[in-house]
Design a protein around this ligand. Structure first.
Ligand SMILES: [Zn+2]
Ligand SMILES: [Zn+2]
Length: 391
């Protein structure tokens, strides 16, 4: 009786059970490890918190302090040489298929754990069980699986459970999430939203939204996006088992002010990645106009202009020499495009100068709008008017 397990399920029943079990693990990673522990976007009641810790110990063997530390370092050093798992550095295949090895390597780095691992649980269970016997939970899970579903099915379910996070989180999110997909926000790193519906990986699919507002408990942002992790958090909150500490700001607009004031400045800075995403659209539209004009009047220029398309939206510091040469050659053919391109750097620089006073920053933004609106470039003027309407 025991060897065929308590439940004698058909194959599709076993598949459903496996999907259910792995989904609980995904929920534990996104809600507990990621949003609660690494980013402090919400507080969890001891009940779900202890449940997730126990469950993750049984299904992943990962240690909270190590996970939080490696992940915080990823945000702090994103896409640089010290980023533990950037596909921009290591290449997409190495992160997608071997992301778990990069994680394990970084988790062994004592300096990383010391610098970034602060504030994670340090109670009796953590010291004596979870971080000490990292394999015992997995063995326990395997025994439970075998008892419930039989030897072979139980073992296979365990294998899938163990492979789930290394593949979907360490591989797909850390790899594809910094490589392929769409961007709502022009934040400084290469993060992307893989699909708008975050179900399979608990909402982590919306990785560009996450990197733009890392301390937000909610990862969906547009009306057509869905974050199942956020749905669970709201349910926990309604049951009194969670407290949300922060969600991403929503850009709000009112009639454009004649002159940017302190309030507008504050709204623009809070929504800076939205501002830059809209700016990227203006840049794209300017290129399209200039390209159309060049095709009619100067076909030779059009070739050089068409080549800049791929490099226009990438941080200049990240371009290879050849790419930068192509970019410069293209920009040299169109004064309007050159203006819109350089004014993006000027705009981003306004809020990244940490030493400037508030009055200086405000003055710089006002000057920037004045330059934009007297540039004679339609897309730039329209953008500036929209900028003045952030509220
Ligand atoms: Zn990331
Ligand atoms: Zn994160």
């Amino acid at each position: 009786m025991l060897f065929s397990g308590v439940f004698d399920l058909p194959w599709w029943g076993l598949v459903l059970v496996t999907l259910g079990l792995t989904h609980v693990t995904i929920a534990g990673v996104t809600i507990y490890l990621h949003r609660c522990q690494a980013h402090r976007a919400l507080d969890l009641h001891p009940l779900p918190s202890h449940f997730f810790r126990f469950w993750l110990w049984m299904t992943t063997g990962m240690v909270t302090k190590e996970w939080a530390a490696v992940h915080r370092k990823h945000h702090a050093k994103c896409e640089g040489a010290e980023d533990p798992h950037s596909p921009q550095v290591y290449g997409i295949n190495r992160v997608l298929w071997g992301g778990v090895l990069l994680y394990v390597k970084e988790a062994l780095n004592k300096d990383t754990i010391k610098r970034y691992g602060h504030g994670t649980p340090d109670d009796w269970m953590e010291r004596n069980i979870y971080s000490r016997f990292t394999l015992s939970g997995i063995i326990l899970m395997g025994l439970i699986n075998v008892a419930l579903f039989g030897i072979l099915p139980g073992f296979l379910i365990l294998v899938v459970q163990l492979a789930w996070i290394p593949f979907w989180a360490a591989g797909v999110i850390n790899g594809i999430g910094h490589f392929w997909g769409y961007r709502n926000f022009e934040c400084e790193d290469a993060s992307r939203n893989i699909v708008p519906w975050g179900i399979l990986i608990g909402g982590e699919e919306l990785h560009n939204n996450h990197h733009s507002f890392a301390s937000s408990a909610k990862l969906s942002n547009k009306w057509y996006e869905f974050d199942i992790g956020w749905m669970y958090i709201r349910l926990l909150e309604m049951a009194g088992l969670a407290t949300v500490k922060k969600v991403a700001p929503r850009p709000r607009f009112q009639g454009a002010k004649a002159m940017v004031d302190g309030e507008t400045l504050q709204a623009v800075i809070a929504n800076r990645y939205d501002v830059l995403a809209k700016y990227a659209k203006s840049l794209k539209a300017t290129l399209a106009d200039e390209l159309g004009k060049a095709r009619r009047e100067a076909p030779h220029d059009a070739k050089a202009l068409a080549r800049v398309r791929r490099w226009l939206h990438i941080d200049e510091a990240r371009l290879a020499d050849k790419q930068r040469t192509q970019l410069e050659a293209g920009l040299a053919r169109s004064k309007p495009l050159h203006t819109v391109y350089t004014m993006r750097q000027d705009l981003a620089a306004i809020w990244s100068r940490s030493t400037a006073s508030r009055e200086q920053v405000l003055k710089q933004l006002q000057d920037w709008c004045h330059r934009a609106e007297t540039s004679g470039i339609r897309h730039l003027e329209e953008f500036s008017q929209r900028l003045r309407s952030y509220a």
